[in-house]
Write a protein that binds this ligand. Structure first.
Ligand code: FES
Ligand code: FES
Length: 198
C-alpha cells in the first residue's frame, strides 16, 4: 500500500509507477515537512512575504501555490482551499489591492508584492464589509465567505456605489454552494452605505 508521502505504486509485474503530482498533496496534508520525493528533489528558496503589513520569512518551492504559503507557512488560515484550480474563489486574497486566486499563483510571483488576507481587513471585524456581513447574516456554512468578503472589498474600493449588475459581474467568480448570493448582494449595498457615511 502506498501512503500520501510516497509517490510510487507497484504494478502487477512488480515495476514501480511514479506519480509526481503527489507532492502537491503532500504539501496539503503535511505542510512543509515533505521536501523530497523519490522521483524529484524540490528546490527551496527563501522569501520575505509581505502579508497584512508584516514580514513572514519563509522557505518554499518557488512553484508552491501562494495559498499553501499563507496557510501552512505563515499560519494564516482564514483563506480557504476550495477547488485548487482557480474556479471557486474561496482562496481569494489581494495582491497590491487586486483580488487573485492564491491557489493558482506561485509563491514566487507574490514574493515582492503586498498581500492582504481576510485577517488584514481588521483586528476586530470592524471593517465596513465585515460589519455589513454580520448585519445581513450572510454566511451559512461560511466556507466560501472569506473569499467572498475579499472580492467584495476589492469591488467597493474600485466602485464605491455598485449596482446589482456591477455586483453580479464582480462576484461571479466566487461560488457559494450554500447559495447565499442574495444576502451577499444586500451586504455589499449595506457596506457601500457604511463606507459612504464614514
Ligand atoms: S481554491 Fe482557489 S479558486 Fe477555488
Ligand atoms: S456559505 Fe457555505 S459555501 Fe458559501
Amino acid at each position: 500500500m502506498s501512503d500520501t508521502t510516497g509517490d510510487a505504486i507497484k504494478t502487477t509485474a512488480g515495476h514501480p509507477i511514479f506519480f509526481p503530482v503527489i507532492y502537491y498533496r503532500a504539501y496539503n496534508l503535511f505542510s512543509n515537512l515533505v521536501v523530497y520525493t523519490p522521483s524529484k528533489l524540490i528546490y527551496m528558496a527563501a522569501y520575505a512575504l509581505q502579508i497584512n503589513g508584516k514580514t513572514y520569512n519563509i522557505e518554499a518551492d518557488p512553484k508552491m501555490p501562494l495559498l499553501w504559503a499563507i496557510r501552512d507557512l505563515a499560519g494564516l488560515t482564514g483563506t480557504k482551499y476550495g477547488c485548487g484550480i482557480a474556479q471557486c474563489g474561496a482562496c481569494t486574497v489581494h495582491l497590491n489591492g487586486t483580488p487573485v486566486r492564491s491557489c493558482s499563483l506561485p509563491v514566487s510571483a507574490a514574493a515582492t508584492q503586498k498581500i492582504t488576507t481576510i485577517e488584514g481587513l481588521s483586528d476586530d471585524n470592524s471593517h465596513p464589509v465585515q460589519k455589513a456581513w454580520i448585519a445581513e447574516q450572510v454566511p451559512q456554512c461560511g466556507y466560501c465567505q472569506s473569499g467572498q468578503i475579499m472580492a467584495a472589498t476589492a469591488l467597493l474600493k474600485k466602485n464605491p456605489k455598485p449596482t446589482d449588475k456591477d455586483i453580479e459581474v464582480a462576484m461571479q467568480g466566487n461560488i457559494c454552494r450554500c447559495g447565499t448570493y442574495p444576502r451577499i448582494r444586500k451586504a455589499i449595498h449595506t457596506a457601500a452605505e457604511l463606507m459612504a457615511k464614514s
